[in-house]
Structure formats: structure tokens, C-alpha cells
Write a protein that binds this ligand. Structure first.
Ligand SMILES: *[C@@H]1O[C@H](CO)[C@@H](O)[C@H](O)[C@H]1NC(C)=O
Length: 403
């Protein structure tokens, strides 16, 4: 009996120790955040084990969460939800039910998940897209692009680009009663990366006549040149995206070859011969003083050109939108950027805000100083936290007023 209770106490302590993670003071609903983080972390550990024993690729196990959160397309009183495909790429469409006398607005949404995970059908995304369709009385096209490790860059980009380009044709817009002057592209995390890359490419594509009115970049990932920015250093172990996981996502986007991951972890994947590109991601000039703190700016000193030769995506602006020259940025649509304080990608987003503004692009920057990467996904039971809804409501209100 005594030994049983002792076991129970020990086990509880172990579980608590595993779940407990010191979090910054201003994070709200800490216990829910810790639970969500612990769930995600244990899935990560399971994935590592499965990979170690050669049973499954890390990301194949991580995909269990995406499958667990899968929802069927369910229409409600306000919105018709339908899975279909556009130009052979699967999409989930959300169409408002009420009759409209005028043409509708449209948002093309690109989900996150590090180019490896996630889907339009995941409960948090599905819920938000439905909400967006209703609140904005807009068509939402949520794209299910192909994922790594089965597919690598530029497949993800190409899928998304193909859908956007197809949708922006006059006949297609007419079919869905969409106003050609009121279309936005939006994405979170890796989806924000794809949204930013798509917006840049569209601008210089002579085959596209319809322009985007808005791009929304929700804590986007925007460059793989420097994986040691102050935000990478400070937030390496914050929920829900650790530095290790982000670097793993990056390396999987390019290749399944693990040596690239190792090189990227030590920030030794870009050779000195490409050092001229660092000016585009120089946080020393592109971040405000309060975020630079005592960090010292250095350009990696590395002679190994092996990776950039083998994986030219490493220097491709379609993978790292921050590598675009200033002239490439001029003319981009009105931009709404969300960044979070406790996020390895914070500085990517803020550097892009600086660069866009310098190029004359109108940017609305919403910085949340009390939260972490992935906050918009915490909108469903049992990890439903109120800030998640506030962030999305703010973004949708802004879209409603500006799209
Ligand atoms: C980055 O910016 C600093 C100034 O803040 C400058 O001294 C340095 O040369 C820059 N480095 C690159 C690679 O652009």
C-alpha cells in the first residue's frame, strides 16, 4: 500500500516536472499553455524515438496531430464548406450562404506547419476559415499543398502559386462572384512564408492581371540565411516552436539529408562567398534598439559551399522572401504583419516590416509582447485560450475594414 502511494507520488512529480515549464510572467493562462506544449513536446519525443529506431520519419509521427485534428467539411447556417481541387491542388472552400447583391471579397489562406505538417482541415484552421467567411462575407480558399518530407522546395511554393494564379483569372473570379479588387492572401508561420513569396512573385508575373489588395503574414518565417538572430537565441525553448524544430522544418523543406540540419543548427550552411546576401537579413540594422539588447552581430565565417551548391533553394527568394532586393518589394500590397515576442521567428517578421516600409509598402504591424508562436492554433478544447481568439478577431476586424 505504502509503496503504491509512493509510486503514485513519484509518478505525479515526474509528470508535473515534465509538464512544468517556466514561462514569461506576462503569458496568459499558463497551465493550458504548458499542457499544450507538453503534449506537443511528447509527440516530438515519440517522433524522435520512432526515427531513432528506424521505424518512421520524424515528421510522419508528428503528422498524427494533424490527423487527430482532422474535421470533415461541415456547412452551417451561414457558410457552405466544400473540399474540391483547383488546378489539381486540393483546397477547402468556404462560401457564405446569404445572397449578396454585390461581388464578394476573397481570402486565399495558406496554413502553417513548417512545410511538413498541418492541413486546411485541421480543426483550428477550419474554425477560423469558417469564421472568416462569415464575418467578412467572403470566399475563403484554404490550400492543401503537398508537404515534406515527401515533397521538397519548390513543390510547396508551386502548389500554392498555381492555385493563386488560377484563382486570379477573370473567369474563375466570375464563377465565384468575387470582386477582382478585393482579394487577400493570408498565412501563418510557413503559410506566411508562402504568402509572402507568392505576393512577391505575382508582382513580377506578366501573366497575372489581377492584383492582390492585401497580404496578411501571421508570425511568418522569412529567411534561412541566419538562424541565430536575437529571437532565435532568446526563444529557443519557448512553446510551441523550439529552435530545433524550426531548423528541422527548414532543413526538411530543402532535403531529408540530415547533414543539412546539423549545419543549419550551427548556422554554418551559408558560405562566405554569399556573405553579400546578409545585408538583407542584417538584424543589426533592421531591428529596433530594444530588441537588439546586448546581442552582438556577426556574419558566419564558413568556407563550405557544399550545401548551397547541392540545395540552391537555400539562396532562393521563393524560400526566403527577405532575400528580395528593395526593388522587388516596391509595389507589394497593403501588408498586415503579426509578430510575437516569445517566438524564434519574431525577428524575421520585424525585419520584413522594416524592409517593406523602406521600400514604400504600407505596413500595419501588430506586435503581441505577451505570447508565443502558434497562438492562433489554441482556439479549440482543451487548449482554448482567450488571447488566441482576440488575435484572430483583431486580424479579421482589420481585414473587414481594409479588404
Ligand atoms: C550589418 O549592420 C552593421 C551596422 O549595424 C554593419 O556594421 C555591418 O557591416 C552589416 N553587415 C552586413 C553583412 O550587412
Amino acid at each position: 500500500m505504502a509503496s503504491k502511494s509512493l509510486c503514485f507520488v513519484l509518478l505525479s512529480v515526474l509528470v508535473a516536472y515534465y509538464i512544468y515549464k517556466p514561462l514569461p510572467d506576462n503569458i496568459e493562462e499558463k497551465w493550458k499553455v504548458m499542457l499544450m506544449d507538453a503534449t506537443f513536446r511528447s509527440l516530438g519525443h515519440l517522433s524522435t524515438l520512432a526515427e531513432m529506431f528506424g521505424m518512421k520519419h520524424y515528421m510522419d509521427v508528428m503528422m498524427l496531430l494533424t490527423f487527430a485534428e482532422h474535421t470533415e467539411p461541415v456547412s452551417d447556417d451561414n457558410v457552405i464548406v466544400k473540399d474540391t481541387s483547383l488546378i489539381n491542388v486540393p483546397v477547402r472552400l468556404y462560401m457564405p450562404k446569404g445572397k449578396s447583391n454585390t461581388l464578394r471579397r476573397a481570402v486565399i489562406f495558406i496554413h502553417g506547419g513548417g512545410w511538413c505538417l498541418g492541413s486546411a482541415a485541421m480543426k483550428p484552421y477550419d474554425l477560423q476559415s469558417k469564421q472568416a467567411a462569415h464575418v467578412l462575407n467572403a470566399i475563403i480558399v484554404s490550400i492543401d499543398y503537398r508537404l515534406a518530407p515527401k515533397f521538397h522546395f519548390p513543390d510547396q511554393f508551386n502548389d500554392v502559386y498555381d492555385v493563386v494564379k488560377f484563382f486570379l483569372q477573370e473567369e474563375v473570379l466570375k464563377k465565384y462572384s468575387v470582386d477582382r479588387n478585393r482579394i487577400a492572401v493570408s498565412g501563418d508561420s510557413a503559410g506566411g512564408n508562402l504568402a509572402a513569396a507568392v505576393a512577391q512573385m505575382l508582382l513580377h508575373d506578366p501573366e497575372v492581371n489581377v492584383k492582390l489588395k492585401i497580404q496578411v503574414l501571421i508570425y511568418p518565417v522569412l529567411q534561412s540565411l541566419d538562424l541565430n538572430t536575437p529571437s532565435y537565441k532568446e526563444n529557443a525553448n519557448m512553446p510551441l516552436l523550439s529552435k530545433t524544430l524550426m531548423v528541422r522544418f527548414w532543413s526538411e523543406y530543402y532535403t531529408t539529408d540530415r547533414s543539412l540540419f546539423e549545419a543549419m543548427m550551427s548556422n554554418k550552411h551559408i558560405p562566405s562567398q554569399d556573405a553579400h546576401l546578409y545585408k538583407y537579413v542584417n538584424w543589426s540594422t533592421l531591428l529596433p534598439e530594444n530588441l537588439k539588447k546586448n546581442h552582438v552581430y556577426t556574419v558566419p565565417d564558413n568556407q563550405n559551399a557544399f550545401f548551397v551548391k547541392k540545395y540552391p533553394g537555400l539562396l532562393d527568394v521563393r524560400a526566403s522572401p527577405l532575400l528580395a532586393e528593395d526593388e522587388m518589394l516596391t509595389g507589394l500590397p497593403l501588408t498586415y504583419v503579426i509578430t510575437c515576442m516569445y517566438d524564434v521567428l519574431r525577428d524575421d517578421g520585424i525585419m520584413y516590416v522594416s524592409r517593406l516600409r523602406k521600400a514604400g509598402v504600407h505596413v500595419v504591424h501588430e506586435h503581441y509582447d505577451n505570447t508565443f508562436h502558434g497562438i492562433i492554433l489554441m482556439n479549440t478544447w482543451p487548449f482554448d485560450i482567450s488571447l488566441s481568439h482576440r488575435v484572430v478577431d483583431n486580424y479579421l476586424n482589420w481585414l473587414d475594414a481594409n479588404l
